[in-house]
Design a protein around this ligand. Structure first.
Ligand code: SAM
Ligand code: SF4
Length: 335
């Protein structure tokens, strides 16, 4: 029996098929719910996984049953070799054919690289947009980059990448008066909007249950202007999907806090500095870099990945009295 026999499964029977790789912890925005305004302790450059190391880890995970890879960060478009990373990953054979490679980005540099990304084999794109009001965007992200993001969204609209998704973190007294506007903006750009409940992952530790807008309230606000009908068949997707005014447009709500989807979680995460995390809220990490740079063979890497997944907890435990926010902010874990 080798470490490659059988699926990557945890103690609760969850089979892991989805890999999230953070390509960098750096970012050209400073969203308040994610990063502090200044004083971020950056990962050391020499600790960031190289393209070869990323491709090797993804190759081992593909042999363990991973079929999808999402690239994230920090801001993945800041990585100079991003196109190369996509090309390498898209050539890796998984159980169902080549790995499906997707990207989550703030959209700022997208216009410049989207054609190259498509040519390299990128299949899907999620762009984050929390407001359609330029002033509010500057306040929320602490950078004056709204027009760059909109240009990125237009470039994505003109690309063959579908479904194109826009992600909005719902925040009380910040953007909860423009949910309908955001949905109209998404419709006008051929995109599917996904609202995400705010999670306690900010470096500034400002999260509170009161500041988060729960899924129920998001739906209530949208229902003031749109007729929503639930779509069945969610699978392992974290989003509940609704058709908008009879379709074909849909809107999704990811109730990460009020109705966690941990029971069907199939994700493995690798941080930019090569730490394996089996949950956004994991308290332990496994050090892949040490293995990769210490001459370990694929069998040893696969064994460590299996051990990490075996230790996955049943849920994130945000509601547990002993809940501890992870040491790393979201930008350093990879959303
Ligand atoms: N920089 C890219 C971006 O913003 O799309 C990728 C990384 S970002 C960490 C990935 C996703 O995580 C974004 O959609 C962002 O809105 C979301 N996110 C960050 N902090 C969050 C929080 N505290 N709660 C919920 N979602 C969060
Ligand atoms: Fe940067 Fe994305 Fe975090 Fe915003 S959410 S600060 S764009 S990593």
């Amino acid at each position: 029996m080798t470490a490659f026999d059988g699926p990557l499964v945890d103690r609760f029977g969850r089979v892991h098929r989805d890999l999230r790789i953070s390509l960098t912890d750096r970012c050209n925005l400073r969203c308040t719910y994610c990063m502090p305004a200044e004083g971020v302790p950056w990962l050391a450059k020499q600790n960031i996984l190289t393209t070869d190391e990323i491709a090797r880890v993804a190759g081992v995970l593909a042999r363990l049953g991973i079929v999808e890879v999402r690239l994230t960060g920090g801001e993945p478009l800041l990585r100079p070799d991003l196109v190369d990373v996509v090309r390498r990953l898209a050539l890796i054979e998984g159980a169902n054919g080549p790995l499906q490679v997707s990207l989550t980005t703030n959209g700022i540099r997208l216009e410049r690289v989207i054609d190259d990304l498509v040519a390299a084999g990128l299949e899907r794109l999620n762009i984050s947009l929390d407001t359609v009001r330029p002033d509010r965007f500057s306040e929320l992200t602490r950078r004056d980059k709204f027009e760059d993001v909109v240009r990125g969204i237009r470039a994505a609209q003109a690309s063959p990448l579908r479904p194109l998704k826009l992600n909005t973190v719902a925040m009380r007294d910040v953007n909860d008066d423009e949910f309908c506007e955001l949905l109209r903006f998404a419709q006008a750009h051929d995109a599917e909007l996904r609202f995400i409940e705010q999670m306690p992952l900010d470096a500034g530790r400002i999260w509170s249950r009161q500041s988060m807008v729960p899924a129920e309230e998001i739906l209530e606000k949208l229902s003031a202007e749109f007729t929503l009908a639930p779509v069945a068949g969610r699978g392992s997707s974290p989003a509940e999907i609704y058709t908008v005014d009879g379709g074909p447009t849909t809107v999704g709500v990811i109730a990460s806090v009020s109705a966690p989807f941990c029971g069907s979680c199939d994700r493995v995460r690798v941080t930019a500095d090569g730490q394996v995390r089996n949950c956004l809220f994991a308290r332990e990490e496994s050090d892949l870099t040490a293995l990769l740079r210490g001459g370990a063979d694929d069998e040893a890497i696969a064994r460590m990945l299996r051990q990490n997944i075996e230790g996955k907890r049943a849920g994130h435990g945000i509601d547990d009295p002993g809940f501890l926010q992870p040491q790393r902010p979201m930008s350093a874990i990879g959303g």
